[in-house]
Design a protein around this ligand. Structure first.
Ligand code: UDP
Length: 413
């Protein structure tokens, strides 16, 4: 078996009353009633955790609480050759050219055929495929299957090559619904499909995002050896080249020339056999050789403790070079901390430049903004407060729940 059930706890949707607008709350109740007892399967690749995992951890139990029969299955281990092809595909969607060979597409399709086999015997009403790893499974299904397929893209689509677009169109052919984060991400040539744009968003009531006091946050951070008597900045990400950890180190080293006491915390999650990540870690260590104020915490910080860093940091950095959304940005702003982020993808939508942090396009710009905010704590605080309100209005999970439910109800009709 490739797909395994992911176990999640229970949630109570009623707790959102008062947190979100009443109209949105009522919409969700109304739509969910129409889907009562429908069987819905979410599938994703779970290897590096990351944003999609976070999203489903909240969404799945909330939808169950609304009496929709939800299952969530993930692939936990994949053959190395399939992993390499999906990595190329992930990069290709984001603009890194690669001439895919027939052999590579065969590896991809063979794996997806096995996924389809595991799905087709169950009477699902909807299957929601997350991201590109299993996008190709739908076309491998038995033609008699009555399942309605929805694809939810989580990447920044950035000028993929024409041949890659053609291939994606082929895989997307059997999908009845497609969700992109933002209008500029929509892959061309999909006019006949039911398209929705709605970005991922954070769950303000989850254990991960629940507000904690600054004192509680400091207690946690201290355990990891951070000196609370000095300022510190943090980036939290999967260790992937698009997250630009080496660029963060460079910006910090420059900022440190003006603020020698500044500490840098890098929190990274990675699977142990990932050679790309190993190379990035080596590069970080080389750049920071001889520096004692870098706290490189790889696979050391549990999910429940991330919030403490996002709350207690002077600034959160998310210096990505490409970013589908960047949940860490919303998480940090919701924690009242200003964010300096790469001027790309979903980060552009979350940071109002100059209001809740800064959008930066280079190491130079990043370091200047770090220095500015560390030297102006009042400004940093105001930005954090603005950011929290901005996220409340725009990037909380129920908005995406409503859009997904609406799409399923439309497809049912
Ligand atoms: N995350 C985590 N531990 C880590 C690194 C990341 O819990 O060591 C979480 C992070 O808080 C966020 C998610 O993983 O909720 C990453 O999502 P994001 O959208 O920022 O990036 P993605 O991994 O989806 O590209």
């Amino acid at each position: 078996m490739l797909l395994h059930d992911v176990v999640v706890g229970k949630r109570d949707f009623q707790k959102f009353r008062g947190v979100i607008e009443n109209g949105l709350f009522d919409d969700i109740i109304r739509l969910s009633k129409k889907l009562r007892n429908k069987r819905v399967l979410y599938i994703n690749s779970n290897q590096n955790r990351g944003g999609v995992y976070e999203h489903l951890t909240s969404l799945v139990p909330l939808l169950r609480d609304l009496h929709i029969k939800i299952d969530w299955k993930a692939i936990t281990e994949v053959p190395a050759d399939f992993y390499e092809v999906t990595k190329l595909l992930y990069n290709g969607i984001q603009g890194i050219e690669h001439n895919f060979t027939l052999k590579e597409w065969k590896i991809y399709e063979d794996f997806n055929k096995r996924i389809a086999k595991e799905i087709e015997d169950d009477p699902w009403d909807f299957v929601l495929v997350q991201d590109h790893q299993m996008l190709g499974s739908s076309m491998q299904m038995n033609k008699k299957s009555r399942i309605k397929w929805i694809w939810q893209s989580h990447s920044e689509t950035h000028n993929p090559t024409k041949s890659l677009i053609k291939q994606l169109q082929k895989y997307l052919e059997p999908y009845e619904g497609i969700i992109f984060y933002f209008p500029e991400y929509v892959i061309p040539g999909l006019n006949s499909r039911r398209l929705t744009t709605s970005s991922i968003a954070i769950d303000p009531l989850s254990a991960k995002n629940k507000t904690i006091s600054i004192d509680e946050a400091k207690q946690v951070v201290k355990r990891f050896g951070i000196d609370l008597g000095r300022p510190f900045i943090t980036q939290v990400s999967r260790i992937d080249s698009w997250k630009d950890f080496p660029g963060v180190v460079d910006a910090w080293l420059l900022a440190k020339k003006q603020i020698p006491q500044l500490q840098l915390v890098l929190i990274g999650a990675v699977s142990l056999n990932n050679i790309h990540a190993k190379a990035i870690i080596e590069l970080i260590e080389k750049k920071a050789m001889g520096e004692k104020d870098l706290h490189l915490l790889v696979n050391q910080v549990e999910r429940k403790d991330i919030k403490a860093f996002q709350t207690a940091s002077n600034i959160v950095i998310q210096k990505s070079l490409r970013e589908g959304f960047g949940l860490t940005v919303s998480e940090a702003l919701w924690s009242g901390t200003p964010v300096i982020g790469g001027n790309v993808g979903g980060i552009k939508h979350q940071i109002v430049n100059g209001k809740c942090g800064y959008l930066v396009g280079s190491i130079e710009e990043c370091y200047r903004r770090i220095v500015e905010l560390i030297q102006n704590p009042n400004k940093a605080q105001e930005m954090g407060q603005f950011g929290r309100e901005y996220i409340r209005k725009n990037f909380l999970l129920p908005r995406l729940m409503r859009d997904e439910l609406k799409l399923m109800v439309e497809l049912m009709n």
